[in-house]
Design a protein around this ligand. Structure first.
Ligand code: HEC
Ligand code: HEC
Ligand code: HEC
Ligand code: HEC
Ligand code: HEC
Ligand code: HEC
Length: 428
């Protein structure tokens, strides 16, 4: 009895700071799906939230933003909701006011994410630094040095004009004096024409900067091997295509029929995720990742049958990974259905990837190399019936020798022989 009373009083009356460690856990379990501390995700970045809002406001908003807007009609809450076009944040009535303080304390004290260069996975498991910022900096430094050099020369010229008009005042300055290059370069070098030397210095400074700047521009634009962006929903191929053994076509349903493989609509996910909510894993709550599917479809799992879908769906913007430049033409059905190529030949072991990563360069040389070696199975392929008939006639006529077939009947026809190296097949 006494100890219970002690515990109560000590927590209620001491000035202990809210427990930031518990706040971190609660944040990661409940909020991380939509919020980051320093970056806008589905919801705003939360750094400095304790400065923007009062503690009471935060408790009300975080525990039940819906009630706060609709019943309390708090103007800031309504404005915020409108600013995010009605993207609804979940209700968290399971969190106590103390929990909310703990989360806010965590946000207050969370270390800033290091601002180093972005790290791109190079595909072979090693991490490669993206030096973009460095290149931009080098280029800026070069431009700045050039501007400074020019300004210095302009200033000198102006002074000389002034000195010629008023020789007394500038007597000291006019006296023969060693120039910058004469002072800093040894012997004969310093006596060369300063303009030539200045130009030379500019070239030395700017060549590497331009080089890196250029390299930066082409590598950024080109399709990138190793590109593996974080997607808005943590969808895992390793789980769905690997462990659950789902067929790729279940989701990429047009891959055999059209140019595009296509990304599935979220309704495809709902075939299972209406039911699969993983509440066991999240202490009775629906998985925050699954909630994102619901939010995007404006689906309310607690709604009445027939009234679960609202009127404000907001499609998820998956980040496109494989992307050829516009001037190149690639067709999935041609490769998958006609050419009988497996997804993995081009995309790697997708069924083992937690996050999809581009494993091939997708450059012209890559396409052509494969066309040179890929044999086309014309004999058992309706698409090639005409060609096959022609080759059969050819082989009969030419006494069992054909450029398409060996005498024993094995096919020698490669994609390259069938037009796979013609510019117009791949370029508009
Ligand atoms: C389903 C996505 C989602 C989840 C989960 C979520 N939020 Fe939000 N949050 C939002 C959105 C979107 C907004 C912007 C306002 C709006 O549209 O309702 C927001 C706004 C806020 C704001 C107000 C920010 C400001 O600048 O005033 C705070 C504070 C906040 N969220 C805290 C939390 C905390 C703490 C959690 C976890 C307990 C959490 N949110 C979980 C989506 C989410
Ligand atoms: C349950 C549905 C589902 C299944 C099954 C599935 N995928 Fe996907 N796939 C997606 C979704 C959603 C995306 C977009 C998000 C992402 O990149 O993870 C995607 C993205 C991709 C991408 C990258 C697209 C881009 O932007 O370039 C490739 C490649 C891909 N899938 C191949 C496969 C292959 C190969 C299989 C079979 C081994 C497969 N997928 C099975 C749903 C699925
Ligand atoms: C054929 C059924 C099926 C389909 C279709 C399906 N999923 Fe799943 N998904 C599952 C199952 C089952 C699990 C849970 C596995 C487990 O128990 O961990 C799961 C887990 C997930 C998780 C992990 C959630 C968490 O918090 O751990 C995400 C995210 C997810 N699915 C997203 C998607 C998306 C997005 C789509 C549509 C592109 C999709 N799923 C389509 C069956 C499916
Ligand atoms: C011969 C190589 C090759 C094969 C085989 C292949 N892909 Fe692709 N895939 C590509 C290329 C190249 C792109 C980029 C296309 C573009 O940007 O136009 C791509 C893009 C994609 C995309 C992105 C979205 C889209 O619709 O283009 C998905 C998803 C995809 N592939 C899934 C698959 C699946 C699933 C299979 C197997 C059934 C498969 N791919 C087989 C080369 C291939
Ligand atoms: C098998 C398909 C294929 C064939 C055949 C092909 N190309 Fe390409 N080409 C591509 C692809 C894919 C790209 C884009 C990726 C890249 O930049 O390498 C490309 C890019 C290019 C580029 C731009 C290079 C760059 O760095 O931006 C030029 C120019 C080009 N091709 C010219 C040609 C010419 C000329 C031919 C005929 C001799 C030809 N291509 C045949 C697939 C092909
Ligand atoms: C893994 C091997 C492989 C890769 C990689 C590959 N292809 Fe192919 N490609 C084939 C095969 C096999 C065929 C089927 C032969 C045919 O239809 O004549 C084919 C056929 C084609 C055709 C039709 C040629 C015709 O005669 O109608 C085009 C166009 C084409 N590929 C473009 C591309 C482009 C663009 C890329 C690179 C982005 C690429 N391919 C990468 C194997 C590949």
């Amino acid at each position: 009895m006494l100890s219970a009373f002690m515990a109560l009083t000590s927590s209620a009356f001491t000035q202990d700071l809210p427990d930031a460690d518990n706040g971190k856990k609660l944040f990661e379990a409940n909020c991380l799906g939509c919020h980051a501390i320093d970056k806008k995700e589905i919801g705003p970045a939360l750094r400095g939230i304790h400065l923007r809002r009062t503690p009471e406001w935060l408790v009300q908003w975080i525990r039940n933003n819906e009630k706060f807007r609709k019943v309390t009609k708090d103007p800031d809450a309504i404005a915020l909701y409108n600013e995010y076009n009605g993207a609804a944040m979940n209700v968290f009535e399971n969190l106590t006011p103390v929990n909310v303080q703990e989360i806010v304390e965590y946000i207050k004290t969370a270390p800033e994410a290091p601002k180093t260069a972005v790290v791109i996975d190079a595909g072979d498991g090693t991490k490669k630094e993206d030096n973009t910022n460095l290149y931009i900096l080098l280029t800026l430094v070069a431009i700045l040095s050039i501007v400074l050099l020019i300004l210095a020369r302009v200033k000198n010229t102006l002074r000389r004009i002034a000195a010629e008009k008023n020789p007394e005042e500038y007597a000291e300055w006019l006296a023969p004096k060693k120039g910058f290059f004469e002072k800093s370069l040894p012997g004969k070098w310093g006596k060369l024409n300063p303009t030539v030397l200045t130009l030379f210095a500019i070239v030395i400074v700017s060549v590497p900067a331009l080089y890196y700047g250029f390299e930066f521009s082409i590598t950024e634009v080109a399709v990138q091997k190793g590109y593996a962006p974080k997607q808005p929903i943590a969808f895992s191929h390793q789980l769905h295509a690997g462990q659950l053994k789902m067929n790729c076509q279940y989701c990429h349903s047009s891959v055999e029929k059209s140019k595009q493989a296509s990304i599935p609509a979220l309704n495809t996910c709902m075939n299972c995720h209406k039911g699969v909510q993983l509440t066991e894993k999240y202490n009775g709550e629906i998985s925050p990742e699954i909630k994102k599917i619901y939010t995007a479809l404006d689906y309310n799992p607690e709604g009445k049958e027939g009234e679960q879908y609202g009127k404000n769906p907001r499609p998820v913007r998956w980040i496109r990974i494989h992307n050829l430049p516009d001037h190149a033409y690639f067709n999935h059905s041609q490769h998958v259905k006609v050419g009988k190529q497996s997804c993995q030949t081009c995309h790697g072991a997708i069924e083992k990837m937690e996050v999809v990563q581009q494993v091939n360069t997708l450059q012209m040389g890559w396409c052509i190399d494969c066309h040179r070696v890929s044999q086309v199975d014309v004999a058992n392929n309706n698409y090639y019936k005409a060609l096959h008939d022609k080759a059969k006639a050819d082989i009969a006529k030419n006494n069992q020798s054909s450029k398409y077939f060996s005498a024993d009947g094995t096919v020698k026809l490669t994609a390259a022989m069938n037009g796979g190296l013609e510019c117009s097949k791949c370029h508009y």
